[in-house]
Design a protein around this ligand. Structure first.
Ligand SMILES: C[S@@+](CC[C@H](N)C(=O)[O-])C[C@H]1O[C@@H](n2cnc3c(N)ncnc32)[C@H](O)[C@@H]1O
Length: 281
């Protein structure tokens, strides 16, 4: 099970993804770090070789998941179902920056991460001249059942009359299936306080993981000094767990089939990931 001390080991990956978002025009330069740049440049030859061989690339699957989560959040906001967002394990993701800039006071965007990463994010958003009462960074431990750093406490500080989204991106794979089940129960309970509540996340199914993805997961596991998990073999197994966590309406979307929402994605990469859209009601 990943505990808070183990969780800290995951944090360097946020620097990598942070640089990826910048490299693809999705972020503000202030949100990229020298560590992210170093890691990104170190993996560029491998990415290029995979692309040349027609295989899934790290960039390709990161972008596919990011764009589809963006699109589903945008759709929920446009339909008037969501106007508050808690992005758990936000890392150096630019989503909060972009959505807050676009929607201003019409939405409240709360970015949340472990204390050290939350402090870093606050500092970097400051450098990007971003952050306000409607766009703030708080400390969370996604494994906490209660206390100030729990999702329950963070959700309780929001307006109970407004629809709310919880997002995780690039977090679940580091946690074992039991921990993910508990996390989903906490999220469903927290979302139950709002008139509409949706959970958006990337998820990797066993059935979609080809040998090359399993090799990559093994390498990533060495980097973060922990195991990378494929929690569910297929869609029915993941949907059953979401339902038992308290979600009423769930879809596990493949970015490959939702290019109408996202624009073009790299198909070989998009096949490696699903996006959970789970509504409590
Ligand atoms: C792979 S990064 C993803 C960052 C960002 N979501 C993105 O896609 O760019 C994983 C993030 O999970 C955070 N994290 C790890 N354990 C956590 C926990 N127990 N609670 C909240 N965040 C956690 C790390 O600090 C890190 O920022």
């Amino acid at each position: 099970m990943a505990r808070p001390r183990d969780s800290v080991r995951i944090s360097p990956t946020a620097h990598y993804t942070g640089y990826t978002w910048l490299e693809h025009g999705l972020s503000h330069p202030a949100l990229a770090t020298p560590t992210g740049r170093f890691l990104y440049k170190a993996l560029t030859p491998a990415n290029l070789a995979m692309a040349a061989a027609g295989q899934a690339t790290l960039d390709g699957f990161l972008l596919a998941r990011h764009h589809l989560i963006d699109a589903l959040l945008r759709r929920a906001i446009e339909r008037g179902e969501v106007s508050q967002v808690i992005e758990v394990a936000c890392g150096l993701s630019p989503r909060g920056y972009r959505f807050a800039k676009q929607h201003g006071d019409a939405i409240t965007y709360v970015e949340a991460d472990l204390p050290a990463m939350a402090a870093k994010k606050r500092e970097l958003l400051g450098r990007a001249s971003a952050g306000s009462t409607h766009h703030r960074v708080v400390e969370i431990d996604a494994t906490a059942d209660d206390g100030q750093q729990s999702i329950e406490a963070i959700a309780a500080a929001l307006d109970p009359a407004r629809g709310t989204a919880i997002i995780t991106e690039g977090l679940l794979n580091y946690f074992d299936p039991v921990s993910v089940g508990k996390m989903w129960r906490r999220f469903a309970r927290a979302l139950g306080h709002f008139p509409h509540g949706v959970y958006l996340s990337d998820l990797h199914l066993g059935q979609d993981a080809r040998p090359i993805e399993r090799v990559f997961a093994g390498l990533l596991g060495v980097f973060v000094r922990g195991r990378i998990h494929f929690h569910f073999d297929d869609e029915p197994a993941a949907s059953r767990e979401l339902a038992s966590a308290g979600f009423g309406r769930t879809a596990l979307r493949s970015p490959e089939q939702h290019q109408d929402l996202t624009g073009p994605v790299d198909l070989a990469s998009a096949r490696a990931v699903r996006i959970v859209e789970a509504w409590v009601r």
